[in-house]
Design a protein around this ligand. Structure first.
Ligand code: ZN
Ligand code: ZN
Length: 214
């Protein structure tokens, strides 16, 4: 019996590429994204401290790297880009016409997230499902890292793959996760990633930055 390539824990008794708990988690993450996208707006308006989600009030002015992260997440290539790229890939793989595009970014996020959620039964049997689930979880983790630092949506925060290179120039590539109580260290090459390097880590992800994994 094969193991779910996403959580690498649960078996897949009926085949496919995503176990039931991972499908449910991905659904939960997808449905959180429109709210998170809206909640991030507050970080773009310095001085507009207002409670939301958990009643937490953000600092009046986000430090620059944080603001950059918010801009990244809310830009064309951020949350909306990842969702729409995956939705287009699903339509393509299912032989469906390309999805129409709504006008406002906010509507596009909501529509793409809901549409992907509606495809999850099919997605679970698609070879690209683990990459999709990882991308969606990463978006949620990044948004929560801004809005509620220290809060894990439901698991350690996925940071990306280790970008360390060996003497031949080969990239390590080990997936890295942030835990609340310990330093991030790659368990293959032992490279340590302090929080101030996480943005750079994401920036230099191989094949990332275009919205979705290959
Ligand atoms: Zn799984
Ligand atoms: Zn490494």
């Amino acid at each position: 019996m094969t193991t779910c390539p996403h959580c690498t824990t649960n078996d897949l008794p009926h085949g496919g590429f995503l176990c039931d708990p991972c499908v449910r988690a991905t659904s939960r993450h997808l449905l959180q994204l429109p709210t998170l996208w809206s909640a991030l707006e507050i970080w773009l308006a310095p001085g507009r401290g207002a409670p939301f989600i958990s009643g937490r009030t953000p600092r009046a002015e986000a430090p620059l790297p944080l603001r950059e992260e918010v801009l990244d997440l809310r830009a064309e290539g951020g949350i909306v880009g990842v969702l729409e790229d995956w939705r287009a890939a699903v339509h393509d793989a299912r032989g469906m016409a390309p999805p129409p595009r709504a006008v406002s970014l906010e509507h596009r996020v909501a529509i793409a997230a809901r549409a992907l959620d509606g495809h999850l039964d099919w997605i679970a049997r698609w070879y690209a499902a683990p990459d999709l689930a990882t991308d969606i979880r990463t978006l949620v983790g990044r948004a929560y890292a801004v809005i509620q630092p220290g809060r894990d949506p439901d698991e350690p925060q996925y940071l990306g793959r280790c970008i360390a290179t060996d003497t031949t120039g080969a990239v390590c590539g080990r997936p890295l996760h942030a835990y609340p109580d310990r330093a991030v260290q790659c368990d293959w090459c032992l490279c340590v990633y302090t929080p101030d390097t996480w943005l750079a880590l994401r920036h230099y992800q191989p094949g990332r930055g275009q919205g979705m994994a290959a």
